[in-house]
Design a binder for this molecule. Structure first.
Ligand code: PEP
Ligand code: MG
Length: 595
């Protein structure tokens, strides 16, 4: 494989990036020029203004036409539901910030269209760069790819198509747009790598949907890789091997086969029931933030959406979505998941979730500040609009409503009072909705865990958000790497908070679920079973493995282990004990993966 290409690259050179779509691809490089276009800013005279604006508008029209063509040419069924990404890009072409600011600069600063567009794009880039939340930060890539398309059209650069490539090509590009990914022909393109990009960019999401292995964020891929270089993409570990030796090639061929075998085996579990050996059912659901995650959720056997983070709807725009737009978005997900339920959580902004469109004041301690339900109870108009939209969506399927970060009864009652009033309004307006829609809270503050018994009397379900519960219980910022060593899901304090909450739910006869990251780790299944969870909600790919473990356990065994764990004094002791138990029971499942 290596003999046919002359290259200065040493055999088995490894590049490390971010695994954006799992799987192994073996092929040869195909370089695609998607480098940022270079444009000179130049001053123009007042007479040239209209001409520059006309050029800019022509570029917008051409971009619109190209995106419409991409949409029209999508034949792959896996992608049909993702076409809305192209719609989003079409909307960005109308965006007042992008278009308005660029035109304003042409007029006011008297600069050429390319220079003005470049300035607008770098302003966007800066605004997004500081955002901590990965998903929110990555939404910038949509603006970026539309901006670059516009720029190329403005400069008359012809965009090379991805359709006429050789078989077994691995596309190497600076950055690929979602439209590029949609055009990939899987029978020819086996993988791709990019210099830029993150795991939650739409390009990465589409790659996962298509099952194309991808590594992004490699920084130097386009600088290092020549055309037709034999290479391997390991999308599981985020590595790329250039110029592989015969031994490496053989090794990866085996890894590829075993990955594909394992995937098939796990996906085959999709339709088997999620229940223990003695028939205790645990509903396994998916957490989603945006509509394109519904398809992977269904593919992995999700029995509902246990957490729909609605924050995503409020991003990449000047104004929060109005009621109609929210209804349409919620309804879409609810109908796609029917007859299973969708738990819609009201807006959770603040803390580490920065939504640029909502003006949050700078706070010294945002995690403990005006976050989540506290923000909604302050911005009552926005809150009630969201409640109306969620209720209206409940006419189209099974919806559960959930309030985030509740810390007391007063707060909960305020939420319920708003809900009652909004329901009365809808009735007056003759708008149908599910009057019996279950209402629950996220238990993610120690206060809520401690008064779970009181809260349980006033709601229909609890969902424990361990990501926050751990951070608040242990006073450890979930995003701060300096204290990451203290972020221990199995700290005895966390275990007790979980138990208190589950006990309170059971005593009150309400359902208890977990939707934090902890729910998707197969290592914890036995303990969570012991705690008595009715539902676990996680990222979709985690579902089959959790199900596989669950199906080999007996419900009593969890309880016995939990009793023992509660006598242990440190997180390390608890972890060791669980690992010991799970390794003994599932020696294969918890072995370091062969990949
Ligand atoms: C949690 O805190 O565990 C949770 C699921 O919510 P989020 O991660 O959105 O804060
Ligand atoms: Mg949370």
């Amino acid at each position: 494989m290596t003999d046919s290409v002359r290259t200065d690259i040493q055999q088995d050179t490894i590049l490390v990036g971010i695994g954006a779509s799992p799987g192994i691809a073996i092929g040869s490089s195909h370089l695609v020029n998607r480098a940022r276009t270079c444009v000179m800013e130049r001053s123009i005279s007042a007479e040239e203004v209209e001409q520059e604006i006309a050029l800019f508008r022509q570029a917008i029209d051409l971009s619109r036409q190209q995106l419409e063509e991409v949409k029209a040419n999508v034949v792959n069924h896996d992608l049909a539901e993702h076409l809305y990404i192209i719609d989003t890009h079409l909307l960005i072409l109308d965006d007042q910030m992008l278009v308005g600011q660029t035109e304003a600069q042409i007029r006011q600063e008297l600069i050429n269209a390319g220079g003005a567009l470049r300035r607008t794009l770098s302003r966007f880039r800066q605004a997004f760069a500081d955002i901590e939340d990965e998903y929110l930060r990555e939404r910038h890539s949509d603006v970026d790819s539309v901006g670059e398309r516009l720029m190329r059209n403005l400069l008359g650069v012809v965009q090379e198509s991805l359709q006429n490539v050789e078989h077994r090509s691995i596309v190497v590009a600076h950055l690929l747009s979602p439209a590029d990914t949609m055009q990939m022909d899987k029978s020819k393109i086996v993988g791709f790598v990019t210099d830029l990009g993150g795991r939650t960019s739409h390009t990465a999401i589409l790659a996962r949907s298509l099952g194309i292995p991808a590594v992004v964020g490699l920084e130097t891929a386009t600088a290092m890789i020549p055309e037709h270089l034999p290479m391997i993409v390991d999308g599981i570990h985020g590595t790329v091997v250039l110029n592989p030796s015969a031994a490496t090639f053989k090794e990866y061929l085996q890894k590829k086969q075993s990955f594909e075998y394992l995937e098939k085996e796990l996906l085959a579990l999709r339709d088997v029931p999620a229940e223990t050996l003695d028939g205790k059912k645990v509903t396994l659901c998916a957490n989603v933030e945006f509509v394109e995650e519904i398809d992977p959720a269904l593919r992995h056997g999700a029995q509902g959406i246990g957490l729909f983070r609605t924050e995503f709807l409020f991003m990449n725009r000047n104004q929060p979505p109005d009621e109609e737009e929210q209804v349409a978005a919620y309804r879409n997900i609810v109908e796609r998941m029917a007859p299973d339920s969708v738990t819609i959580r009201t807006l959770d902004v603040g803390g580490d979730k920065f939504v640029p469109e909502i003006n949050l004041e700078d706070e010294a301690n945002p995690a403990m500040g005006l976050r989540a339900i506290r923000f909604s109870l302050k911005e009552v108009k926005l809150f009630r609009m969201q409640l109306r939209a969620i209720l209206r969506a409940s006419a189209f399927g099974k919806v559960r409503l959930m309030f985030p970060m509740i810390s007391g009864i007063r707060e909960l009652r305020d939420c319920l009072a708003h809900l009652a009033e909004v329901k009365a309004e809808l009735k007056r307006d003759g708008c149908p909705f599910d009057d019996e829609l279950p209402v629950g809270i996220m238990v993610e503050t120690p206060a809520a865990a401690m008064i779970a018994e009181l809260l349980a009397r006033e709601v229909d379900f609890f969902s424990i958000g361990t990501n926050d519960l751990i951070q608040y219980c242990l006073a450890v910022d979930r995003g701060n790497e300096n204290v990451a060593y203290l972020y221990e899901p199995l700290h005895p304090a966390v275990l007790r908070a979980l138990k208190m909450t589950c006990d309170a739910a059971r005593n009150a006869g309400i359902e208890v679920s977990m939707c934090g990251e902890m729910a998707g780790d197969p290592l914890y299944v036995l303990v969570l079973l012991g705690l008595g969870f009715d539902q676990l909600s996680m990222n979709a790919p985690a579902i089959p493995r959790v199900k596989q473990v669950l199906r080999q356990l007996h419900s009593d065994e969890g309880w016995m282990l939990l009793k023992e764990l509660l006598t242990l004094a440190t997180a390390a002791d608890v972890t060791l004990r669980i690992e010991d138990e799970m390794l003994r029971r599932f020696p294969k499942l918890f072995l370091p993966t062969p990949l």
